[in-house]
Design a protein around this ligand. Structure first.
Ligand SMILES: NC(=O)c1ccc[n+]([C@@H]2O[C@H](COP(=O)([O-])OP(=O)(O)OC[C@H]3O[C@@H](n4cnc5c(N)ncnc54)[C@H](OP(=O)(O)O)[C@@H]3O)[C@@H](O)[C@H]2O)c1
Length: 277
């Protein structure tokens, strides 16, 4: 108990000492990984409206070309967030272009939706892709860009976790675990940077279910990407470092006080039925 209180208040004290200056987005350069569709594409649109220069990545050149057609001021770079080689090449290219002020780790992938009780070599394969893209890829890119960001007057890292980082969905267990890992890593990175006196601000975006290609076929109340990105931009401007949007707030509270109920809500009879076949 004493250890818990000590850690809780030490972390609160450090968070209070965080840089509270309001971030000006106009004139900043932002890299959005996975910016060619869904939430990332909406973010590109809204950051352009805010006066930022936007660079997006993705694996599919056609999707990148389409995004460029929609928003001609965007710079597009084909790059796979799960690859170490691609991350180094991306860093070098952006460094030559003059660097960035904001790194928005948005690229993500969700596999799964089959029953783990039936042996299948694909389970390992799919899980490895999710962990590499959603978690290890974030650490990789942050590490590459840390020194560049430290040298900027104002710098931000945004990591994307999920409502499922609090309570997992049985339909996507490794995806849920990858997002819980992003959450723990983000909290540690924020604290570690505070300890060494760095001014980089570390934000965590926790979306609920959002209407995109990723959530196609998933049941439940969802919001649209514009609502989520509105909340992200407000959060950046208000220095709200943990941005819980929509149902994420409810699940966060429920998971703290009634975790079994939170679990039941996300793993209802419909979920069980899908895992029976
Ligand atoms: N939608 C939701 O309900 C929801 C809820 C909570 C959290 N999130 C998180 O929000 C983020 C965005 O999700 P979304 O719903 O917008 O997904 P989406 O509609 O599937 O779009 C994903 C974007 O990321 C790119 N991408 C995927 N894998 C990549 C990789 N390895 N390297 C580079 N780019 C990659 C895709 O382009 P390519 O396919 O061309 O690479 C696409 O541009 C993800 O981190 C996701 O986990 C989403």
């Amino acid at each position: 108990m004493y250890l818990y209180l000590h850690l809780h208040f030490a972390s609160k004290y450090r968070n209070n000492k965080l840089n509270r200056k309001i971030m000006e987005l106009k004139g900043k350069t932002i890299l959005i990984t996975g910016g060619s569709a869904g939430i990332g594409l909406e973010a590109a649109k809204q950051f352009i409206t805010e006066g930022a220069k936007v660079i997006i990545t993705g694996r599919d050149q056609k999707k990148l070309d389409l995004a460029k057609k929609m928003h001609p001021s965007i710079t597009t770079i084909k790059s796979d967030a799960s690859s170490q080689e691609a991350a180094v090449a991306l860093y070098n290219q952006i460094n030559e272009m003059g660097g960035i002020d904001i790194l928005y780790n948005n690229a993500g992938i969700m596999n799964g939706q089959d029953n783990l009780g039936f042996s299948n070599s694909k389970h390992f394969e799919k899980a490895a892709i999710e962990i590499n893209t959603n978690y290890l890829g974030v650490i990789l890119l942050n590490d590459l860009f840390l020194d560049m960001l430290k040298s900027r007057k104002e710098a931000v890292i945004i990591n994307t976790s999920s409502i499922l980082s609090y309570t997992p969905s049985n339909l996507v267990p490794t995806y849920s675990a990858s997002k819980a890992a992003v959450r723990f890593y983000t909290e540690a990175l924020r604290d570690h940077l505070q300890i060494i006196g760095s001014r980089i601000k570390i934000f965590e975006l926790l979306p609920p279910l959002v209407k995109t290609n990723m959530s196609e076929g998933m049941e439940g109340k969802s919001i649209t990407p514009d609502v989520l990105i509105d909340a992200l931009i407000k959060g950046l401007k208000n220095n709200t470092y943990t941005i819980r949007v929509g149902d994420t707030k409810a699940i966060y509270l429920l998971n703290r006080f009634l975790p079994k109920l939170a679990y039941k809500l996300l793993n209802h009879k419909g979920v069980t039925a899908r895992l029976q076949s």
